[in-house]
Write a protein that binds this ligand. Structure first.
Ligand SMILES: Cc1cc2nc3c(=O)[nH]c(=O)nc-3n(C[C@H](O)[C@H](O)[C@H](O)COP(=O)(O)OP(=O)(O)OC[C@H]3O[C@@H](n4cnc5c(N)ncnc54)[C@H](O)[C@@H]3O)c2cc1C
Length: 388
């Protein structure tokens, strides 16, 4: 059995029957690498709260972030669902590493879609190759779900942007080289690249959190930060639309991360249920345990289908806004349920740190909150269905 699972393989075969062998080989080799190099680090990254820089560098070297980008930008020009499959594999091994990469990937996606040629060369290429790290700065202490209510302002004066305000709960902060920052302007909203060395830019201390303990989380301060006019991504006034589009793609990756976390919780549960005995039998002999395992597997497989389908729509340039929200809503809530059942199957041992099972539940919880909460997913989906 390879780390790139039979279930993942089947979805790739369904999407790309003619290229199935080639794509499977790529993903199998990436899965082997993740299992050997990333998986063994996950428990200590969580326990010590270590930022997974070494893991990320190893993954960058494998060409992971290159996958969906054209060859002229240093990418591999492969379809987006292969990137989704890699995201699932990294998350199955170490969710802290996966979330740091996912946010970095959201920045790459935004620069690719809305940036100009100069920005592709200056910012996107070093991000794709992993020489530089990106962060996505939208949320503020007073505006999360209601992101449009942001207070950070950017003003254009004599060919330079002056940015004032603050951001909150920004993944990769303190570690990133480029911050993709959203701010209010006279024309609406703008998205502006702020390099870490920009004068007036600073970040707070790392914010302790229940899961994804290896990922960094900080607030950012913009005290009359000045960057060149050329750092504006796309058009002034369109920034909020870019944020929504970047979040839509980000939601597919958060769904993939959830599938990976749930898959690892299932695999641990299967092994433990065969080893642990009660009433003279392994737990796996009991119908109630079998029912739990069956539901966990079914829900993971259904989530994977929804997730790769949303990724497929992105790759063929069909609108995927609703499908990404459906995948995120379903997969993130599923991961929480599956990880909860995994703790239950492990009994008292599952509640202890020694078992390293509650890590998955703690990691999964963020998935229902970040890049839009489950409630916001319900609003977007129901608006599409009801035509509102
Ligand atoms: C670990 C972590 C990493 C993060 N990384 C980033 C990052 O890299 N970049 C970034 O910009 N942000 C990031 N965030 C912020 C995250 O995106 C926000 O926390 C999230 O969007 C929710 O916003 P909020 O926390 O302000 O909650 P609120 O918006 O205050 O919501 C609180 C509750 O009210 C509910 N709610 C809100 N509005 C409605 C409504 N209309 N109807 C029903 N219920 C509603 C919400 O669903 C939620 O349950 C991160 C957060 C965390 C915890």
């Amino acid at each position: 059995m390879t780390y790139f699972s039979a279930e993942q393989r089947n979805v790739i075969r369904m999407l790309y029957p003619a290229k199935y062998e080639e794509y499977s080989l790529i993903l199998e080799s990436f899965g082997d690498f993740v299992q050997k190099e990333i998986l063994p680090t996950a428990e200590s990254i969580d326990k010590n709260g270590t930022f997974p820089k070494e893991n990320m560098d190893r993954i960058f070297k494998q060409g992971f972030t290159n996958i969906p980008y054209p060859e002229n930008l240093g990418g591999l020009g492969l379809p987006y669902p292969l990137y989704v499959a890699c995201m699932e594999l990294v998350s199955k091994a170490c969710a802290s590493t996966a979330i740091s990469l996912a946010i970095h990937g959201t920045v790459c996606d935004g620069l690719f879609r809305f940036g100009n040629e100069d920005q592709h060369e200056k910012y996107l290429q070093p991000l794709i190759t992993g020489e530089k790290l990106g962060a996505f700065a939208l949320t503020e202490s007073g505006s999360g779900s209601d992101a449009k209510a942001m207070q950070t302002r950017a003003q254009l004066e004599k060919g330079e942007w002056h940015i004032n305000g603050s951001k909150m709960y920004i993944t990769n902060s303190g570690k990133a080289d480029y911050y993709f920052v959203f701010a209010k302007t006279a024309k609406g909203h703008a998205s502006i690249v702020v390099p870490k060395e920009a004068k007036g830019f600073s970040h707070g201390a790392n914010i302790p959190k229940m899961g994804l303990r290896g990922s960094s989380l900080m607030g950012l301060n913009f005290d009359d930060v000045v960057v060149p006019e050329a750092n504006l991504v796309g058009k002034d006034g369109e920034g909020f639309e870019y944020a929504k589009k970047m979040l839509a793609a980000g939601r597919i990756t958060i769904a993939a991360l959830s599938v990976g976390i749930a898959q690892t919780a299932l695999e641990k549960s299967v092994s433990y249920s065969k080893e642990r005995r009660a009433f003279g039998h392994p737990l796996s002999d009991f119908e109630i345990t079998q029912g739990k395992i069956a539901r966990m597997k079914t829900e993971i497989d259904a989530s994977r289908l929804a997730t790769y389908y949303a990724g497929y729509r992105k790759s063929i340039e069909e609108d995927y806004t609703t499908e990404a929200c459906e995948a995120k809503l379903f997969a993130t809530e599923m991961a929480l349920d599956v990880c909860n059942e995994a703790i239950q199957i492990h009994g008292g041992y599952g509640y202890t740190d020694e078992a390293d099972v509650h890590r998955h539940w703690r990691d999964a919880k963020l998935m229902t909150i970040g890049e839009g909460t489950s409630e916001i997913m319900e609003i977007v989906i129901s608006n599409a269905v009801l035509g509102q």
